[in-house]
Structures are given as C-alpha cells and as structure tokens.
Design a protein around this ligand. Structure first.
Ligand code: NAP
Ligand code: MG
Length: 477
C-alpha cells in the first residue's frame, strides 16, 4: 500500500512513529497510509518553520508569487493523480473531485497574481516634514487546521495567501482525508518552495492538532471545522494575542417566495443540498418556502432527487457519494428519525442504504417546525428540512432562528423584497436567486454568529488582512 509521509523540519519524514490507513467511504477499501505523528514533534517543527520563515519573508513578494503560480501549474499537470486520490479518500464522485482539484490550482494562481494586495499606503502627516507609511508584514508562523470535506480547497485557501504574505505554515489536515494535502505540499516543494516553509503534520486533531494551535511560536491560527472544536481553540488562546480565524458550521436556508422562478430555485436548492452528500458547510439544509409555493417546490425538488445516482466514487455515473463514515450515517439517521417523532413527514429517503460504503438516501423532510432540532442543528448529510411561512419578513426571521449565520439564499423577482431580505438576515453570505454553496474565490467568505469569527475573511484580497500585520512608519526630516 502506498505510504504518504509527513513533512517535518527540513524534509519528508520517511519513518514516523506509526502509520494510519485511509479508507474510501464509498467502497470501504483502503486507499493508502498516512504518517501518524505525536504532539511531541510540534516543538521541532515550529522552530524549524520559524527559522525558514525569516529567510522566506526576505524573498521578494513577486518571487514568492512565482512559486505559487508554478504550484498551480503542477497541480494542473498532476490533476489525474489529485482527482483519483481526492475522490477515493473522500468517496467523492469524479465530477466533484475534478471541480475541487481545479479550485485548488485556481487558488494558487489567484494569489500568485495578487502581489499588489501586500502594498502599503503612503500619506502626508499633519505637520510639516512628516510622512507616514504602512507596511503589511507577515505574521510569522501560521497554524492551518482543515476539515475532511474540502481536502484541497481548504488547505489551498489558507496556504496560498499565507505564503504570499511571507509566512511559514504548520498544516494539520483532517485525518480522514490527508492524502490530498500531502500531494499539495509535494507540489509546493517541487515548485521551489524553500525547505521548512510548510510543515505537513498529520495525526489526530485532539492531541497533535491542539498542540499545533497552542504552540507559542504560532502567530496566527486559521481553523476550518466544527463550531465545538473551533471555540475550544479560541478558548485555549484567550490569554494570548495570537490571531484566530474560525470558519465553522452552518444551518443554511434557501427561501423561496411567490413569483420566483421555481424551476431555477429547485435547481439551486438540490445542487447545494445534495452535493458532497450534504457535507458542505454551505449546504442548503433548510428550504423555507412561502405557503403558496411550498407544494410545488417539494415536488420539483423530489423530481430532481429521483435523478441522483448513488455509487462508488470511481464510477463515472455516480452523482452522489457516501457520508464520511458509518458513525455519521447513524448520526444523520438519528436527526431524521427524531424529526419524524416530533411530527415531521418523510417525502423522500429517510434511511441508510444496504450496500458497501456509508450511504444515506437523499432525504426531504416536510412539516418541520421552527423549534425542531432538525430546523436548528447542523446535520452534515443529505437531508433537506422543509419549513413553510406566510410572509417574506417571517421567512427572514426563520433564517435567523438558529445559532449559525453562514450562508442563505432568497429566490424572488421582487427587488424590494430581495433588498429587505438581505438587510434582515444575519448571514455572512447571501445569494439572491442563487445557491447557498459555491462562493467564488475572488469574493470574501465567512460566517456570522456561531459560523465564524467576523474579524477576518477567507478568499479574495480580504484574506491577506489575516495573514499580515500592519506596521506604521512615520518619517520626519
Ligand atoms: P472537526 O472535527 O472540527 O475537525 C476539523 C479539523 O480540526 C481536523 O483537522 C481535526 O483533526 C482537527 N481537530 C479536531 N480536534 C481538534 C482540537 N481539539 N484542536 C485542534 N484541532 C482539532 O471538523 P470536521 O468534522 O473535519 O469537518 C466538518 C465541520 O467543518 C462541519 O461543522 C462543517 O460545517 C465545518 N466546515 C466549515 C467550513 C467553513 O468554511 N465555514 C468549511 C468546511 C467545513 P482530525 O481530523 O484528526 O480530527
Ligand atoms: Mg470531526
């Protein structure tokens, strides 16, 4: 079986303390083995990264950018290998894996073209012979901790801006899908990244991941994952000035109002609810339909679900994959069955599939009340809860009626109604006549409330703010 090493200090570590097997959740077959590191490795990795960062920060930004662009080219050249391994370790259908790998190379190319985002500002002072200047310096060593569901997109959107800014990165990818991160770090070094600037630390989050985040040499932690783990990291760092960026869970709603193009709305809802089998932070997990269109929407959504083909990730016919593990299938089913016990009705699905792999049928649950657990908690599976409402205003209130505030959508042809909705919702991302998922790389992304820290964004030039610190220089003569 192929072994995928970690990168520690100055080189790939060929003999780690132990190896962990990574499985394809669509077939239960082994994909490869990944190094399992102990938290004791973090001290050496962090000081090596700090030393490498001092030289890296002196490399002119345009040269750093060239390495990012070369990395993008290498990901494209190696796309077949990336797609194959990403698909198998996550159980993702081929078209999804292809899309995510393309997003990975696009991310490195985008930040490779964004050197100007590091420019400071020069301006006159309030007295004679006084001039000010701002410099955007790297933070130093960044800890990047990423979730299993976006194993290329999440590491890429942290690594690319962090490296452009001149930081070193300790990358701790998720244990379920670490091979994609291995391939990405290989591409970075093959593209000419100096030794030690990125350390790939694979192993359990609770011990190794935590040790990475709380290491005193780390100047900034960018974490994407569950709200519970994210808030735990923030709490552990409460007495330090370490920058913390949290991209957390969601309970995203799509609102459909009378007059909306229902076919288009149903396309957007189904795409965002069932892509990655609902395992996306921006997945549509609530459909809030006005009572005049609710029945039509449920029927249009159902027709689209009937066309989904569940299967192994290697089968090109597959359009929906499995859940990441068996425990998650049980968890998702628990949410559905408790909603039924609370009085909801199953319109589609509502059961696991008896076949190899961790499959759960694409599910629509109707008559979900606003107080139901299924209306409030993140399920992270292929389950769409349908709630009905009688006004646009009440729909916006329902959108806000969870602790999360990541993404939402409104489908309407009424401009005033759309404007009012946008102002009323407490979400970091709002799509008008679009899907809750699939935000463009050039657009700043991040949630409100329990969905994340609002002090910084990922994607776009805004991402550079997190990976830099601003120094003010005042010149007198
Ligand atoms: P998770 O369990 O919170 O894990 C995320 C990462 O943190 C993994 O690398 C994990 O390592 C590590 N980790 C676990 N415990 C840790 C600790 N105590 N200290 C430091 N690191 C720790 O999340 P997940 O199950 O992988 O991902 C699903 C969640 O991510 C969902 O809630 C989803 O909404 C969210 N998500 C958010 C976004 C966004 O941008 N807002 C994007 C994608 C996903 P192990 O894998 O070894 O446990
Ligand atoms: Mg987890």
């Amino acid at each position: 079986m192929t072994r995928y090493s970690a990168y520690v200090c100055q080189d790939w570590l060929e003999s780690p303390p132990s190896w962990l097997t990574v499985y394809d959740p669509s077939t239960d077959e082994a994909v490869g083995e990944i190094a399992e590191l102990q938290p004791t490795v973090v001290d050496a990795a962090a000081s090596s990264a700090a030393a490498a960062q001092r030289s890296w920060s002196r490399v002119p930004p345009a040269k750093r950018a060239e390495i990012l662009t070369r990395t993008a080219d290498l990901i494209d050249e190696r796309a077949e290998e990336f797609v194959d391994l990403l698909a198998r370790e996550g159980g993702r259908p081929q078209h999804e894996a292809r899309g995510e790998v393309a997003k990975g190379s696009t991310t490195f190319r985008y930040y490779g073209g964004l050197v100007g985002a590091l420019d400071g500002r020069a301006f006159e002072g309030g007295q004679e012979a006084l001039r000010h200047e701002t410099r955007h310096e790297p933070v130093g060593v960044v800890a990047a901790v990423t979730p299993w569901n976006v194993p290329i997109a999440s590491p890429a959107r942290k690594l690319a801006p962090a490296l452009l800014a001149g930081n070193a990165v300790l990358l701790k990818p998720a244990t379920a899908t670490p091979i994609s991160a291995h391939l990405m770090v290989r591409a970075l070094y093959d593209a000419g990244l100096p030794d030690g600037v990125v350390q790939l630390l694979t192993g359990p989050g609770g011990s190794l991941g935590r040790a990475v985040c709380i290491h005193p040499s780390v100047g900034a932690v960018s974490f994407t994952g569950s709200t519970e783990v994210g808030l735990g990291i923030q709490q552990a760092l409460a007495e330090r000035t370490t920058k913390v960026q949290l991209e957390l869970g969601g309970k995203n709603a799509a609102v459909v109002l009378p007059g909306a193009d229902l076919e288009r709305s149903a396309d957007a809802v189904v795409a965002a609810a069932f892509a990655s089998a609902g395992q996306q932070c921006t997945a549509t997990s609530r459909l809030i339909a006005h009572q005049d269109v609710a029945q039509s929407m449920v029927s249009l959504v159902g027709k689209r679900i009937d066309k989904l083909t569940l299967g192994a990730c290697t089968d090109p016919q597959t359009t929906m994959g499995p859940l990441i593990d068996d425990q998650q299938v049980t968890r998702v089913d628990g949410y559905v069955q408790r909603a039924v016990a609370e009085g909801a009705g199953i319109v589609r699905g509502g059961h696991r599939l008896e076949r190899p792999g961790n499959f759960y049928a694409p599910t629509v649950v109707a008559d979900v009340g606003p107080g139901f657990e299924l209306a409030r908690e993140e399920v992270f599976g292929p389950v769409l809860a349908v709630l009905t409402t009688d006004t646009a205003e009440a729909a916006a209130e329902l959108v806000n009626d969870t602790s999360y505030g990541l993404s939402c959508a409104v489908h309407t042809r009424d401009l005033a109604e759309a404007h009012q909705f946008v102002s009323r919702v407490d979400c970091g991302v709002v799509a008008v006549n679009g899907a809750t998922a699939g935000v463009e790389l050039s657009a700043p992304f991040g949630g409100f409330k329990d969905s994340g820290t609002t002090s910084s964004k990922e994607h776009g030039p805004e991402s550079m703010d997190f990976y830099t610190r601003t120094k003010l220089v005042s010149w007198r003569w």
